[in-house]
Design a protein around this ligand. Structure first.
Ligand SMILES: *Cc1c(COP(=O)(O)O)cnc(C)c1O
Length: 420
């Protein structure tokens, strides 16, 4: 199946006379005939047991996203933040470190640089455009993973995934990619060597700004058995002595994450959220196509406007990341356009307040056009130094172009420019 077909048919195959749409299985628990059967499930989780870590409605979405990304398994989470967190905690313990590119979502910077540090896990940030040798030099004996974003929020830097995959694999550590902005419709990081893919499904995958969620997809390709990751190859005392690589083979990472971390931390989405997410996924390919078209037109409009100092959109021919985008995002460069307005921070505020159609909200990838000033919003917790490292100018405005008629979107921007 191609993506459009997968979005409609993967994950749920109704039997004779069953509901045509995946039902919302609103149940905490599942019943079995005997206590022995329940005992068996504690040894090998082949059925749903408890909705803190698995549920049929959520599973249908997990299967759909697994298929779209080309992985062997996935686990949904209650937010994108918990997806990023668990993707690291499944590999790193206190005393370990990992590498992340500096151009990542502000919330992830905070999670990695501040919160994980308090628990003894160190994140070393690197410039995504640094050459291989420079990145290699940041790797230490306790480095356990490399993390980056396909299309960085909001610097709109396109990651050279193959470069990072090469470095990661040379050092026998997995590459984790946050694919939120690209979605599997525009880029499939596993095809370029990523081992784990995470998403905030709150963004394009849901697409309608209905519910917060995340997902982690396992490519099944990373070799955990070379001695560097004993928690995968030695008996897990918290789980009846199971050895993940032996019992679950290529799905070791994702099963371990579900059975240890989701069991213990419980940040699993509700069935109703998964049902809504599935509705969003059904139209994802169509929506992404239009987001890309509308955003390119908005980017071109900004480019031609005398009110604008600079524009970031990798779909523009003179953008720094145009060549990388041609390779990794050949179908389009998604719906977010950033620009720096002439006149700095105050003019930026005046422009945003003058918009009539575009929503002023803390969100991105909504079906409706929305705008945000990262330096005073999503990224306000960052120091000036971190802002620069994340590629964010204080006057930068992030426009998440929606699916309204393109003429209405541009007329709204134009009228606000004219009132400055
Ligand atoms: C929003 C976002 C997150 C965090 O996701 P939540 O669902 O808000 O927790 C992580 N990464 C990227 C790229 C994001 O845009």
């Amino acid at each position: 199946m191609r993506d459009e077909t997968k979005c409609l048919h993967e994950g749920y195959a109704p039997g004779n006379g069953e509901p045509g749409v995946m039902p919302i299985v609103q149940s905490t628990t599942y019943r079995f005939d005997t206590t022995e059967r329940i005992g068996e499930l504690f040894d090998l989780p082949t059925a749903h047991m408890y909705s803190r870590f698995s549920n049929p409605t959520v599973e249908a979405v997990e299967k759909k996203v697994t298929s779209l990304e080309g992985g062997v398994g996935a686990i949904a989470t209650s937010s994108g933040q918990s997806a990023s967190l668990l993707s690291i905690l499944n590999i790193c313990s206190s005393g370990d470190s990992f590498i992340s590119t500096s151009t990542i979502y502000g919330g992830t910077v905070n999670l990695f640089a501040v919160t994980l540090k308090r628990y003894g896990i160190e994140c070393i940030f690197v410039d995504p455009d640094a050459d291989e040798e420079e990145i290699q030099n940041t790797i230490k004996p306790n480095t356990r993973a490399i993390f980056g974003e396909t299309l960085a929020n909001p610097a709109l830097a396109v990651l050279d995934i193959e470069k990072f995959a090469t470095i990661a694999h040379k050092n026998n550590v997995p590459l984790i990619i946050d694919n939120t902005f690209a979605t599997p419709i525009l880029c499939k990081p596993i095809a370029y060597g990523a081992d784990i893919v995470v998403h905030s499904t709150s963004k394009y995958l849901d697409g309608h700004a209905l519910q917060v969620g995340g997902i982690i997809v396992d490519s099944g390709k990373f070799n955990w058995s070379d001695g560097k990751f004993p928690e995968f190859t030695e008996p897990d005392q918290s789980y009846h002595g199971v050895i993940y690589t032996e019992t679950f083979d290529t799905a070791a990472y994702i099963v371990k994450l579900r059975m240890q971390l989701m069991r213990d931390l419980g940040c699993y989405p509700a069935a109703h959220s998964a049902f809504l997410l599935n509705l969003g996924l059904e139209t994802l390919p169509l929506r992404m196509e239009r987001y890309c078209q509308n955003a390119l037109k908005v980017a071109e409009y900004f480019k031609s406007s005398p009110k604008v100092e600079s524009v970031l959109y990798p779909g523009l021919k003179d953008d720094k990341y145009y060549r990388a985008a041609k390779k990794y995002l050949p179908k389009g460069t998604s719906g977010v356009v950033c620009f720096t307005i002439k006149g700095g921070k105050e003019t930026a505020a005046k422009f945003i307040n003058g918009l009539k159609l575009a929503c002023k909200e803390v969100h991105v990838a909504d079906i409706r056009t929305c705008v945000l000033h990262p330096a005073s919003g999503t990224h306000r917790q960052l120091t000036d130094e971190q802002l620069v490292a994340a590629g964010i100018n204080p006057g930068l405005i992030r426009v998440s172009v929606g699916l309204e008629n393109i003429d209405d979107i541009i007329e709204d921007i134009e009228q606000s420019f004219n009132n400055l």
